[in-house]
Every structure is written in C-alpha cells, then in structure tokens.
Design a protein around this ligand. Structure first.
Ligand code: ATP
Ligand code: MG
Length: 367
C-alpha cells in the first residue's frame, strides 16, 4: 500500500510525529544543493558539482571543493554538474553527490536522519524520480518523501497552508523557472520552463566569445552577471568591468572591457523568456484565482530573484506587485522544514493534493 493512503486514512498523530521528528529537508538544485536540519537550520549549501578523475572514474571532490577546480581543472580531471536544468543528467554522479552531502550534513551534529523530505521539480519524469530515490537510498536515508518544489517554495516564502486565497510564487533557479499558483495548501496551477539564471551566464560567455573574441570562464561570467548585468535598463550604460580570458584567435591570454550597455541586451534575452513563462502561466488561471493574484501580486524565490532589477522588471511586465522572499534561495528548504515542524501541516499537505508527497514504496504513483 502506498504512503498516501496509509497517511490519509490510517496513520495516527503519534506515528506521524515520529515520522517527522528526525527528518532532514533537501533541495537538490541544478546549481546548488541545500540541506536543512531541524535545530541548526541550513547545514549544507554547496554547488551541485562533482570533480572526477577521467582515468579511474573516481570522484575526487564534491561541492565547493569541486568548484575550486572548475575551469582550472588539472589534466585528467573533469568537473561536472550532474543535474542539468533541474533534471538528473548523470545518475551515478548524482548518487555520489547526494551521499556526500548527506554525510556532511550528518557530521555537523548528533542527529541521525532516517527520513528526508526532498523537493522535486514538477516536470520530473518517472525515471528521474526513480533516480532520485535510488540516490537517496544510496545516501542511507531510510525513507524519502517528495514534495512539489512550488508548494515548498510558497510555504517557505510565508504563504499559509490554510490560506484559501490563491498566491503566486515564481522560483527562478539556476536552470529552471517554476511558476506555481497555490491555494488551500495545494497547487492550483503550475508551469516550469527549463530556463534560469545560469542561462544568463551562458549567454554572456557566448556573446563575449562571438563578438569580442575572448573565451571566458564561468567565474568571470558570474562576476559580469552580478556586478554589471541587470534586468532593467542600467542608469549608467558606460560603467565598465575588465575581464580576462583567452583570445580565441591568437590563443594567448587577453583582457577586454565590457560595459553595462553591452551586457544589458545579452541578459535581456534570458530575462524576457523568464517573464514570458510567468505571463503565460498567469494567463491560464481561472477568473477567481486571477483575481486573487491581481490583489496579492507575485512572490519571488530562488537565486535568480536576486538578479539586479528582476523584481522590478517582472512587476513592469505583469503589472503586478512583485515581492522577493526573505533569503530567497532557502525558501524551498524552509517550506519543506515547516512540514516536519508540525505533523498537522504534513498530514494536510498529504491530504490536500495528490502530487506533493510521494515515497519510495509508491513508485507507481505519478505526478
Ligand atoms: N545575488 C545574486 N544576484 C544574481 N544572481 C544570483 C545571486 N545569487 C545567486 N544568483 C544566481 O542564482 C542561481 C542559483 O539559484 P538557486 O540556488 O535557486 O538555483 P538551484 O536551485 O540550484 O537551481 P534549479 O532550481 O534551477 O535547479 C545562480 O545562477 C546564481 O548565479
Ligand atoms: Mg532550485
């Protein structure tokens, strides 16, 4: 019998309490993996990267340590991102990465987790979900429950579970943008696009290579995004940053100056697509729900919410009030953690909506 029916019909409050008391919350994103433990809070926040020895296939480093090597890999070492646009691109490495992070989370304290609540991207396929469950098994977590990431983001951003009015939450991650409209503790409507803040980095790298003849790395692209790029037209178009890389023609090291005015249209290309995903989803709502959103506006979560001018741009485009959640990158784990802070919340989330909670004994169930 699946967990859903067991919980809804037969599970006592006591067993529910037991179920959640030693849980950890995991948000394994394509950019970063965040693990939250009751008490200490966020214990892991590291890039979802793995460094591999090309010859032995062995994992040499994970997370921040792997990022140190990124772009400066020694011969025979490759740094890979096993999750691409929110999906498992490399099953084996995802497994090793999750096991590493869970070990790290455990080493920080005395707790021993037998259960984890993990957020999943709404477009996740059956095969991907199986891969995540296998990864969790490998990390020696006894039972894994999965919850829709849009719902978790909403609760983590302050939406009340019993709120019958609808709220709209837009999570802009590294590789995905997830628009979720929630009400009464359940997803009313959601849409995900495989575009995110990391696509701005890619657009910058491509632009600089093609138009300025300089090959630059991820770190330089990230710096340009954070310090020079913006979603709204910059006040000072002439402001510039010097960036170093490799000249694509001569092959020798080189440097160029880039201005805010040159980078702006490059980032716009991605920002427009993100705004379109939001507008399209909002256009699909029923009049009643649309009315709620009109009154309440949109909440932004995820690292992409921190991009300069993003909230303002989305506000201008949708003509709605846009507000960024506190610590937007942690909204999802905070939302997951709320579930195990209060067994009632968990029970109601289980009941209220089919997709939010799944577990490994319930594989036939599909989102
Ligand atoms: N201050 C900031 N300004 C602009 N962008 C930022 C800032 N901080 C983080 N980001 C961007 O946010 C992205 C990471 O966001 P987040 O941690 O929510 O992604 P993720 O959950 O790993 O990805 P996904 O949900 O798509 O799988 C990165 O692309 C990063 O460059
Ligand atoms: Mg995310």
């Amino acid at each position: 019998m699946g967990f859903m029916s067991k919980t809804a019909a037969f599970m006592s409050m006591a067993s529910l309490r037991n179920l959640v008391s030693d849980s950890i919350a995991i948000d394994m994103g394509s950019g970063a993996t965040i693990i939250y433990v009751r008490g200490p809070g966020v214990v892991v926040d590291e890039p979802s990267l793995v460094a591999i020895n090309d010859i032995s296939g062995e994992v040499i480093a994970v997370g921040s340590e792997a990022r140190q090597m990124y772009g400066r890999e020694a011969r025979d070492i490759t740094v890979v991102a096993p999750l691409l646009n929110g999906v498992v691109a490399d099953f084996e490495r995802t497994r090793e990465m999750l096991a590493h992070f869970v070990r790290e989370a455990r080493s920080g304290g005395s707790f021993f987790s037998r259960r984890a609540l993990m957020s999943v991207y709404p477009g996740v396929t059956h095969v991907e979900r199986r891969a995540l469950l296998t990864a969790a098994e490998h990390a020696r977590i006894g039972r894994v429950m999965m919850m829709d990431e849009g719902l978790a983001a909403a609760f983590g951003a302050g939406v009340k579970l019993d709120d019958t009015y609808a709220s709209a939450v837009v999570d802009i991650g590294s590789g995905t943008t997830n628009v979720a409209v929630v009400g009464a503790g359940a997803i009313i409507h959601s849409r995900s696009e495989r575009i995110g803040s990391a696509d701005i980095n890619t657009a910058i790298i491509n632009h600089v290579r093609r138009h300025r003849g300089l090959a630059i790395g991820q770190r330089s692209a990230e710096r340009l995004k954070l310090e020079l790029a913006s979603a709204t037209l910059p006040d000072d178009l002439a402001r510039e940053i010097t960036i170093r890389g490799r000249d694509v023609v001569t092959g020798s090291p080189g440097a160029i100056n880039l201005t805010a005015g040159e980078i702006y249209p490059v980032a716009q290309y991605v920002v427009i697509k993100i705004a379109e995903a939001v507008s399209t989803t909002l256009a699909e709502l029923s009049p009643e729900v649309a009315g709620d959103i009109y009154e309440r506006g949109i909440i932004l979560t995820g690292g992409g919410a921190l991009f300069n001018g993003m909230a303002q741009y989305l506000g201008d485009q949708t003509k709605l009030a846009v507000q960024t959640a506190e610590e937007p990158r942690y909204a999802i784990v905070r939302g997951l953690a709320l579930m195990f802070d209060d067994p009632l919340l968990l029970r109601r989330a289980v009941r209220s909506e089919a997709p939010p909670l799944l577990d490994q004994q319930n594989e036939a169930y599909s989102l």
